[in-house]
Design a protein around this ligand. Structure first.
Ligand code: SAM
Length: 304
């Protein structure tokens, strides 16, 4: 069976395959020889996938169309995962993992599990002797996550607990190196979960700055230190060919003149010659800045 934290070469019955159509459309399937994937890009009997290498392109058995059969990774899973909740995406996931010092062997507590997007990424980072305790108070979501993580061979690394961590706490003492999103009510219980004599890290998510203030107060009251709040914002850059005036034209303050050579617009140099090299590749940022899953507040806890 395919794993998220290890790579296998050939597709077999029962494997998870991420069927890639384009960057925004990835369909997750579990290979079953009796099934056929029917999508707008054609029809793909699973039997034709068995034995192929992960990464192969296959053509539709009916009409035109092709797709790629990709190996599951936590990054692709954030695009393919059936959303049961809002999820965390790779830019936040990688930043949080870095700031929490997650590494092979870390013991982590996450609340809540939601659609399990972050759980898959944590599981891969900590695999080889680490463990994730993830809590979810919505019964259906918790059951769904248990089945999904089992199908992905992650049950030795992840335990999903159906529990309200604000009302009932984590019920864990002295286990964690790191701990994830928790509203201020969960912070006293979170502090008990940290191992003694080892500095542990916490990250909480808050959608607005008023909640950040309440969280920071709770962290202060419960002996956390090194508190910092960060917002991750993503901005797309587009590359394009831009026509640039020659330096002498700029120095003189002259109007830039153009002429057409073989249908292409070229700028004229001061001496009247056309400037074949007037076009250069530039990068420009989009006006819109996307992102803001939440404000991320990090802190450290130490229990001597
Ligand atoms: N980390 C998830 C992911 O990447 O897919 C997304 C988490 S989702 C935004 C928040 C989840 O926290 C919801 O599924 C919600 O049911 C759960 N939750 C909220 N309060 C909780 C609590 N007190 N105890 C346990 N789970 C809670």
């Amino acid at each position: 069976m395919s794993k998220f934290h290890e790579y296998k070469k050939f597709i077999q019955e029962g494997d998870r395959v991420l069927v890639y159509m384009n960057r925004d459309s990835i369909v997750p399937i579990i290979v079953n020889q009796d099934e056929c994937l029917k999508i707008k890009f054609g029809e793909y009997p699973h039997t034709k996938m068995i034995g192929l290498e992960y990464g192969s392109q296959i053509e539709s058995s009916k009409g035109k169309g092709y797709v790629y059969l990709l190996h599951p990774t936590p990054e692709l899973w954030t695009i393919a995962v059936p959303h049961r909740t809002q999820i965390l995406y790779t830019p936040d996931i990688s930043f949080i993992s870095l700031k929490l010092n997650l590494r092979p062997g870390s013991v982590v507590i996450e609340s809540g599990t939601g659609s399990g997007a972050f759980s898959h990424a944590i599981a891969r980072t900590i695999s080889n002797s680490g463990f994730l305790h993830t809590f979810e108070y919505h019964k259906h979501r918790a059951d769904f996550a248990i089945k999904e993580l089992e199908a992905h061979n992650l049950k030795d690394i992840v335990n999903v607990v159906h529990r309200d961590v604000c009302k009932d706490g984590f019920g864990l003492e002295g286990v964690a190196d790191a701990d994830l999103p928790a509203p201020w009510e969960a912070i006293p219980s979170a502090s008990k979960a940290f191992k003694k004599s080892i500095a542990g890290r916490i990250c909480t998510f808050s959608p607005c700055i008023e909640q950040v203030q309440r969280t920071a107060d709770a962290l202060n009251m419960n002996n956390f230190f090194d508190i910092e709040t960060i917002e991750c914002l993503a901005r797309d850059y587009t590359s394009l060919n831009q026509t640039m005036p020659d330096i002498q034209t700029i120095i003189n303050g002259d109007k830039v003149k153009f002429k057409f050579v073989k249908g292409k617009k070229r700028m004229l140099l001061q001496d009247g010659e056309d400037n074949a090299h007037s076009s250069i590749l530039v990068s420009s940022p989009s006006l819109q800045t996307k992102g803001h899953t939440s404000y991320l507040t990090f802190a450290t806890y130490y229990n001597p």
